[in-house]
Design a protein around this ligand. Structure first.
Ligand SMILES: NC(=O)C1=CN([C@@H]2O[C@H](COP(=O)(O)OP(=O)(O)OC[C@H]3O[C@@H](n4cnc5c(N)ncnc54)[C@H](OP(=O)(O)O)[C@@H]3O)[C@@H](O)[C@H]2O)C=CC1
Ligand SMILES: O=C(O)C1=N[C@H](C(=O)O)C[C@H](O)C1
Length: 274
């Protein structure tokens, strides 16, 4: 089978550089394009040189349409506004798209879902196997325990992260809410400050920590009178996200249009759950 030609949007970013290196070492995949915005550090440079793996004779372009023209599937870890624009272009070009960008609004997600009518898109706030397994466990525990068990989600990331709570924390909140049979938008308490009053039964709380070079830690706490259950994932390297994203890109090649997630890619979806 021919190699899948993969493009990386945000090729000079923390994840972009990891992704280029991961594509390059993955059998069946070939790095075919990089994208940055005009004026960005990496624009015009060679993707391989920017990723620290040596020259690959593939330039980082600044025109997203030309990236899509050169690839079968693009991987996008950029910023919400760019990601929504790229999803529309993927639909116009009929190319696959793997989206790792977080901090998306409900409107952004709706725009991506609309684009998925014309393109096969994988959208997931966390591409690692461990976190996706954790999501399934959290849903199962939340379905088992009654609302006397208070659910709190704690996350910590590096000092450069711009969105909060993390996309993964919100995804874990969605999993907990699904398990409980409630809507996260109604149950979520995304921050606390000042005289908040006592905790309301059935709510799902979030706490955000930022500092240093922490790659990504997430803990879901189920706390009741007399006991506390804590489920934790700690990322030691961004490689786990890059590996998952490239796996998703290969999985997408040749798939029909639609909106998929990592549960689909990893074969973890339970019948009836989403
Ligand atoms: N789903 C997952 O598994 C993971 C998701 N993420 C998410 O991925 C995103 C990126 O994270 P990270 O790599 O740390 O961030 P960085 O800021 O290091 O990288 C983002 C890159 O995208 C570029 N970019 C921004 N806008 C555009 C545009 N319009 N066209 C092309 N390139 C653009 C940025 O350029 P410039 O600097 O010029 O703005 C930058 O080089 C975040 O939302 C993060 O939460 C991160 C890790 C794992
Ligand atoms: O910005 C990051 O670094 C990460 N972002 C994702 C998120 O918001 O959940 C995934 C991972 O935790 C790293």
């Amino acid at each position: 089978m021919a190699e899948v030609r993969i493009g990386v949007a945000g090729a000079a970013g923390r994840m972009g550089r990891m992704l280029v290196a991961e594509v390059d070492r993955t059998p069946g995949a070939r790095i075919a394009a990089g994208l940055e915005r005009p004026g960005s550090n990496g624009a015009g440079s060679d993707v391989g040189e920017v990723a620290g793996i040596g020259r690959r004779d593939v330039a980082i372009v600044t025109d997203p349409a030309s990236m899509f023209a050169a690839v079968d599937v693009a991987i996008d870890f950029t910023a919400p506004e760019a990601t929504v624009a790229h999803a529309r272009l993927a639909a116009e070009a009929g190319r696959g798209l793997v989206i790792g960008t977080t901090g998306l609004t409900a409107e952004d997600r709706a725009a991506i879902a609309a684009a998925a009518a014309g393109a096969a898109i994988v959208l997931a706030p966390n591409m690692s196997l461990g976190v996706n397994l954790l999501m399934g466990l959290v849903e199962q525990v939340a379905a088992t325990l009654d609302p006397d068990y208070d659910i709190e989600i704690v996350e910590m990331h590096h000092r450069h992260k711009v969105d909060a709570p993390s996309g993964t924390a919100l995804g874990l909140g969605e999993a907990a809410a699904r398990g409980r049979g409630v809507q996260l938008a109604e149950a979520a308490v995304r921050s606390r400050d000042g005289h908040t009053g006592a905790r309301e039964r059935g709510t799902i709380g979030f706490a955000t920590l930022r500092g240093g070079d922490v790659v990504g830690d997430h803990t879901v706490v189920f706390a009741a009178g007399g006991e506390r259950l804590e489920l934790t994932h700690r990322a030691g390297s961004r490689e786990i996200y890059a590996r998952g994203a490239v796996r998703a890109a290969l999985w997408l090649a040749g798939r029909p249009p639609g909106l998929y997630d990592m549960m689909d890619v990893l074969g973890l979806r339970q019948a009836g759950s989403r």
